[in-house]
Design a protein around this ligand. Structure first.
Ligand code: HEM
Length: 171
């Protein structure tokens, strides 16, 4: 029974983590640069991804990965009467977890919210004939710069998390 719970938690944790980190690497490395290079077409692709609930999938995978990770961590500590917490693997898993949490904060707070606002602004501009007012163009630029700066930071934090998770057990 205990073993089954661990297997289910690991399945949720690793599938969620692969989806979350993989999506962030793909977005930062390829999708965002391609969208920015494609002008109005890029804006439409962003909207279309949002319509297909990209942010819901990102938030759900991030949430499930962190929740299952905390439970796995807690179970390892209780199973060993606390002794595991002082081992090198526990510390490395902990560093990875911290990086993932910071990544989620930057991701949700700046990248996710900025992306949603960009998609909404794009819709408004399109509804008004496709030509942005000077204020709308300035707002678009401001949001794009903010998201453009935060997204690589998020990818870097998730890379640290993945690297820590991949190696911790053998350290
Ligand atoms: C991007 C985020 C994350 C990814 C991609 C990820 C990925 C992984 C992978 C692949 C493993 C298996 C490693 C192995 O068996 O050697 C693992 C294990 C583990 N992860 Fe994560 N993880 C992430 C975030 C977190 C967070 C936020 C926590 C919270 C504490 C956490 C806690 C753990 C623990 C405790 C294990 C060991 C599970 C066990 O073997 O019983 N992870 N993770």
């Amino acid at each position: 029974m205990d073993q089954t719970v661990t297997v289910v938690l690991r399945l949720v944790h690793i599938v969620g983590g692969v989806f979350w980190a993989g999506a962030v690497f793909l977005m930062v490395g390829f999708v965002i640069p391609a969208v920015r290079a494609s002008g109005p077409v890029g804006g439409r692709i962003m909207q279309e991804m949002q319509r297909r609930k990209l942010s819901v999938f990102m938030n759900a995978s991030a949430g499930l990965t962190m929740l299952s990770g905390f439970i796995l961590y807690g179970r390892l500590i209780t199973a060993t009467g606390g002794a595991w917490a002082r081992t090198t693997p526990a510390m490395v898993y902990g560093i990875g977890a911290l990086a993932a949490i910071l990544g989620a904060i930057v991701g949700g707070g700046v990248v996710g919210r900025g992306g949603e606002r960009l998609a909404k602004l794009g819709e408004k501009i399109q509804a008004a004939g496709g030509v942005p007012s000077p204020e709308q163009a300035a707002e678009m630029n401001r949001l794009q710069t903010r998201v453009g700066k935060a997204a690589p930071v998020m990818a870097g934090l998730l890379f640290i998390a993945v690297a820590a998770m991949a190696t911790a057990r053998y350290l």
